[in-house]
Structure formats: structure tokens, C-alpha cells
Design a protein around this ligand. Sequence first.
Ligand SMILES: [Zn+2]
Ligand SMILES: [Zn+2]
Length: 237
Amino acid sequence: MTTVLQRLCDICNKATGVYDCQECQRTFCRKHVVEHNLELSKEMDNVVNHHDLLRQQLSEQETVSSQHPLMKEINNWEQLSVEKIREMAEKARRDLNRLLTDHKESITKKLEEISCQLKTTKEADDYSEKDLSEWLQMLEKLKKQLLTPSNVILRTVSDEIWLQPIVVMATSLNSRDKFDKASNNIRILENGFVAEDNGTYSHGEVRGFKTYSTGTYKINSKIEEMTSNNWMFWGII
Ligand SMILES: [Zn+2]
Ligand SMILES: [Zn+2]
């Protein structure tokens, strides 16, 4: 006896006008192949919806980034730094003002002395050509001092850390590390995720693949088997 395997619709078990879906390998009748196609287009809508939702969440996150606690910290740092700069500029202005005032006062004082001498000698009509040229020289000197105060300079102090720069760094809390270099008595298995000591030597050493400098990292590990009277050390070198 021979049995003929009849291809039937997956849904209604009818054999009329069957179609095979090349993708899901299911068989459908004329009616249900239409439904199957409808299902697919519904699924497509579902995918589009998921996509749109994710896009929306992403754009919302962009707008709330200003609310991030670190953003607040950066703003605070900016405010404090600007205040520090303002205070320092204010102090520098005050210092310069004081120095310029002192300078002006000392010139005024010297000029007053000359005024006094000029007045008395003029009144007494008692002065020589030498006196005249000396006064002229002194006045010229004072004028120069008034225009270019040579005793004031501005200097930037580079060795003083009063303004601390900040940088934003990404840190990974779940870094997947694996075993890399090992001593001869240790076998590294399963793509670096298992290290096995064959027990032929008193101690073995195995290192991680990644290198770390700064940041916080979480490395998961598990001790599956350990013989008694042994110890293990985990550390950073
Ligand atoms: Zn299909
Ligand atoms: Zn059917």
C-alpha cells in the first residue's frame, strides 16, 4: 500500500490551492495565505511602532539631558570658576589702582617741591641759568614717570592651582574581561573565560586581557573548584 502525503493548509487542513511560504515553511490555502500576508504586514506595523517609540524616547532624552545631575555639577563648577576669576580680576584692578594712585601721589609731591622752589626763587628773582635747566630736566623726568609708570607689571602665576579644570569621562561598570597571559601550568579554556591550574606546580599565575588606568570597573568571576590548603590572590599590578 502506498500513502500519498497530501499537502494541507496549516490552519484549516483543506487541500484546495495550497501555497508554501518560503520563509516560515508553512502551508496555506488560498484564503489563509491572504491572512498570512496580512499578519506579516501587521507585524511590519509593529516593528515600525517599536522603532517610532524608541526614536521618541531618544529625542525626549536629548531634551532632558539638561536635567542630568552632572550637568548641574558642571554649571556649579562654571559659576564658581567665573566667581573666582571675577574676584581675582577685581583684586588685580584694586592693586593696580592703588599702585597708580601711590605713583601719582609721589609725582604730585615732587612737583609740589619744585613749585615751592620756583615760587620762592621767582619772587626773590634769584635764579641762575643752571637752575632753569635743572628744573626743566626734573619736570621732564616727572612727566615721563607720569606717562609710563615703569614700576608696575602684570604677571600670570602659573604654578598656583586656584582654577581646577574638569573633564567628562565615560566609565564602564560592566566590563567583560577575560583571561589572557598565563604561566605554563595554567590552561586557558572557553575563549579565555576559564583558567584551569593543572596542579603540577606550587603556584600559577594568570592575567586579565584588558588594561585599566582610571575609572570604576566590575569584573564577575567564580571559583568553581579549589583544593584545600591553597590560597588565591586577586590584584592589580
Ligand atoms: Zn510565512
Ligand atoms: Zn486554509
